[in-house]
Design a protein around this ligand. Structure first.
Ligand code: PEP
Ligand code: CO
Length: 452
């Protein structure tokens, strides 16, 4: 079947909102289709080659951000703190791995969420599930929960605002390796790992001064680091409206983000989301779970990339600390033996979500969704080990984190317990690593990637 930005419409398509007014939806999509793109094909191709380098072990990918962005968090402080934690983590990773780091944010478009059920029932009333800020609103009323096409436009605009601020910060020297003090968050001084982090900052500063003395000037590459954007592909009509041909390049690019990914719930190789991804020239992420079979994964990868193209298919494994040892190796071997140049990424978050019931504090007796830091670390550790054993490369990690001082995952240097969760739990969706836990994870990866 011939591909087009709309060829997915004849395939089974999971997780789509049902809009009450088709004509209003179409008007909004036409409006979005006429607006400028959010990213360029040039940036997308640059990311693809960096992904290919990472798959050869020449780089490391640091990919992170919120589970879902909210429109309310499109603020200067929230965006800057996300960049700060990613920059601090990448400094730790540069120091430990001696590799170049590519930073990819789950931001500037991560507004839609897959849901396990299409509706939610409370006190006998059944309403559509909340699917994220670009689809509907969280309040439990029929008005709020009815999908509103205008929110797609609001989401496009929020993505543009976020990207504009990120690009200006980066161009203005915010990400300059000469000034890591720009990335200090207010509460960092009190973090248990602050001293170790400061030692790395000092050591990188020293190396930088040494190299610049040799080079006889500032090394401008160190003054600018890039951020790429990514989000889960969910509302395909929106993605199609931003999928276009560009001058002097073959094929179509999804210009809503650099790196779209297909979630676990939409990863069927014969269904709409994979069909949509088949024809776009972006690198494409695919979530891989403990139930994914080697046959299914081979079908997916061959559909997305009939000609093996380095950097094109990014496999994000999220098996869970207790299942990865059994489930990941057969998948890794299948890709290796078929000589498919996939980019393997570890997502140690989504296979480790659990529900706990705190026994004291404000949330005593209530069910809370959390993740144990120990499980997250264990999944990362095992990912490195499995790839080492199989002679393949772990190209990077994909994590849910925030630069803020939240209490959503337990454990870590400060030993957060279930009873601490009520203190600063802000996620509407999945629990994120807080600032300290994210930095601690980076330190562990740095040690591990350096072979220590
Ligand atoms: C996510 O990345 O937030 C997500 C929903 O993941 P998965 O599709 O792996 O469950
Ligand atoms: Co999530």
């Amino acid at each position: 079947m011939e591909w087009s930005p709309r060829s997915w419409v004849v395939k089974p398509c999971a997780q789509q909102p049902v809009y009450p007014d088709e004509a209003a939806l179409q008007r909004t999509l036409d409006e979005i289709a006429a607006l400028p793109p959010l990213v360029t094909s040039y940036e997308i191709e640059a990311l693809k080659s960096q992904l290919a380098e990472a798959a050869r072990g020449e780089r490391f990918i640091l990919w992170g951000g919120d589970c879902a962005e909210s429109f309310a968090d499109c603020t200067s402080a929230a965006i800057a703190s996300k960049l700060k934690i990613l920059l601090q983590m990448s400094l730790v990773l540069v120091h430990g791995t001696r590799k170049r780091i590519t930073r990819i944010g789950r931001f500037a478009g991560q507004y839609a969420k897959p849901r396990s059920t299409a509706t939610e029932t409370r006190d006998g009333i059944e309403l559509p599930s909340f699917r994220g800020d670009n689809v509907n609103r969280p309040e439990f009323t029929i008005e709020a929960r009815t999908p509103d096409a205008q929110l797609l436009l609001r989401g496009y605009e929020r993505s543009a605002l976020t990207l504009n601020f990120i690009r200006s910060l980066v161009d203005g020297g915010f990400a300059d390796l000469h000034h890591p003090e720009n990335w200090d968050l207010a509460f960092v001084k009190h973090a248990p790992l602050a001293a170790e982090y400061q030692r790395m900052v000092d050591s990188i500063g020293e190396s930088l001064r040494f190299m610049e003395t040799l080079a006889g000037g500032t090394i401008s590459a160190m003054q600018r680091v890039d951020f790429f954007t990514s989000h889960e592909l969910l509302v395909l009509a929106y993605e199609a409206a931003l999928t276009r041909r560009v001058p002097r390049r073959d094929g179509c690019f999804n210009l809503s983000t650099h790196l779209p990914w297909v979630g676990l719930r939409t990863s069927d190789p014969s269904a709409a989301h994979v069909e949509f991804c088949r024809g776009i020239r972006n690198p494409v992420g695919v979530k891989v779970g403990p139930e994914t079979t080697p046959e299914q994964l081979l079908a997916t990868v061959r559909t997305l990339s009939p000609e093996p193209e380095p950097g094109r298919v990014v496999l994000i494994a999220r098996c869970g600390a207790h299942r990865i040892a059994r489930t990941l190796p057969p998948l890794v071997r299948a890709m290796r033996d078929a000589e498919l140049p996939v980019v393997w990424i570890a997502d140690p978050m989504h296979g480790n979500t659990e529900t706990v019931v705190p026994t004291s504090g404000a949330w005593a007796g209530k069910s809370v969704k959390t993740r144990k830091f120990g499980h997250i670390l264990a999944e990362v550790e095992q990912s490195f080990e499995i790839h080492r054993m199989e002679g393949t490369v772990l190209a990077g990690v994909h994590v849910e984190l925030t630069g803020e001082d939240v209490t959503e995952c337990t454990g870590g240097a400060r030993g957060l317990t279930d009873d601490d969760l009520s203190r600063a739990y802000r996620s509407q969706v999945d629990p994120r690593l807080n600032y300290e836990q994210a930095l601690e994870l980076a330190m562990l990866i740095a040690r591990r990637a350096a072979g220590r």
